[in-house]
Design a protein around this ligand. Structure first.
Ligand code: F6P
Length: 325
């Protein structure tokens, strides 16, 4: 391996810059040439490459977003698109890749690597924490902290007005952020895609809360929940309970993806970036770096993107019910 390309793709996540910095500096330390590929697969298609030195990644460890930019590229999903991408990589002399992103990014990386025999290592960068093979993805911890800051603020106004708030959080098909937010924010209930407990159960909990003299409540709804989102849940609850609750809805949206990464995410990203380059240099390919316990491990990309292997921690859900009686 002489020249390593690094790119970010899919939804951005806080800590991606810290990962880019670690990849670039580790590669240079090991005597390799480093190239940044702008806008992920889009940049491969358009030859949007930049040569990167150690100083090119100064002052980015603390920044949210990604300095390499990101995109969701449809053309790369076709065999013709991947052929063009590979030809451009070859022309630039890039002979190995580090892909930073989530399942879409890794699906593309796996295909490109298999079709053209180019080594690739993935680094999990997504707020959703929905990949098998790692306890934490880069950006998840920062997103959790952003969400909890917002929920604390909502709680202030909910308590002052005796209101019931439905707060919708991101996560695509994963309830990880919702569950964390529910526990750390002391929410009365959490609705998750992984375990549909239904509106009737939720209503039971809210009524129980009133019986226990609760005057305000917060319910966290994961965007992937099967009951149709926060507005829909609010509508159903209102239909059943009438005016006994003053109901408000807040969708936190993309603010969850921004912001300066937490210390945890910066260290995680640094460890994974360092590990990814070292993995390539000892001949590993089509694997994702992950953190299991406090160990950096490698998992096959095809296992990492297999959602069915991902298990939500049911014991935490159980605990959150107990702690909100
Ligand atoms: O994968 C990260 C994520 O923020 C999901 O939680 C969310 O469903 C999605 O991306 C939103 O994507 P976009 O920014 O393209 O609307």
């Amino acid at each position: 391996i002489k020249k390593i390309g690094v790119y970010t793709s899919g939804g951005d996540a806080p800590g991606m810059n810290a990962a880019i910095r670690a990849v670039v500096r580790t590669g240079i330390y090991m005597g390799k040439e480093m190239v940044g590929i702008m806008q992920g697969y889009q940049g491969m298609m358009e030859k949007n490459f930049i040569d990167m030195g150690a100083r090119s990644v100064c002052n980015i460890i603390q920044k949210g977003g990604t300095v390499l930019k990101t995109a969701r590229c449809m053309e790369f999903r076709t065999p013709e698109g991947r052929k063009l991408a590979y030809e451009n990589l070859k022309e630039k002399g890039i002979d190995a890749l580090v892909a930073i992103g989530g399942d879409g990014t890794f699906t593309g990386a796996e295909l490109l690597s298999k079709e053209y025999n180019i080594p690739v290592i993935g680094i999990p960068g997504t707020i959703d924490n929905d990949l098998s093979g790692t306890d934490y993805t880069i950006g998840y911890d920062t997103a959790n902290n952003t969400v909890i800051e917002a929920i604390d603020k909502i709680r202030d106004t909910a308590a002052s007005h005796d209101r019931l708030f439905f707060v919708e959080v991101m996560g695509r098909d994963s309830g990880c952020i919702a569950l964390q937010a529910g526990i750390a924010g002391g929410a009365e209930a959490v609705l998750l895609p992984e375990k549909d407990t239904g509106i009737d159960d939720l209503i039971g909990k809210l009524e129980q809360g009133v019986d226990c003299n609760k005057t305000s409540s917060i319910v966290i709804i994961a965007e992937g929940d099967k009951n149709g989102g926060a507005y829909n849940v609010a509508k159903h609850v209102k239909e059943k309970l009438g005016d006994s609750f003053d109901i408000k809805v807040t969708i936190l949206g993309h603010l969850q993806r921004g912001g300066s990464p937490t210390s945890f995410d910066r260290v995680l990203a640094s460890r994974m970036g360092y590990a990814a380059v070292n993995a390539l240099l000892v001949g590993e390919t089509r694997k994702m770096t992950g953190l299991k316990g406090n160990e950096i491990v490698l998992t096959n990309l095809e296992i990492a993107i297999n959602h069915s292997e991902f298990k939500l921690e049911e014991d935490l859900l159980e605990m959150s019910h107990v702690l909100t009686i």
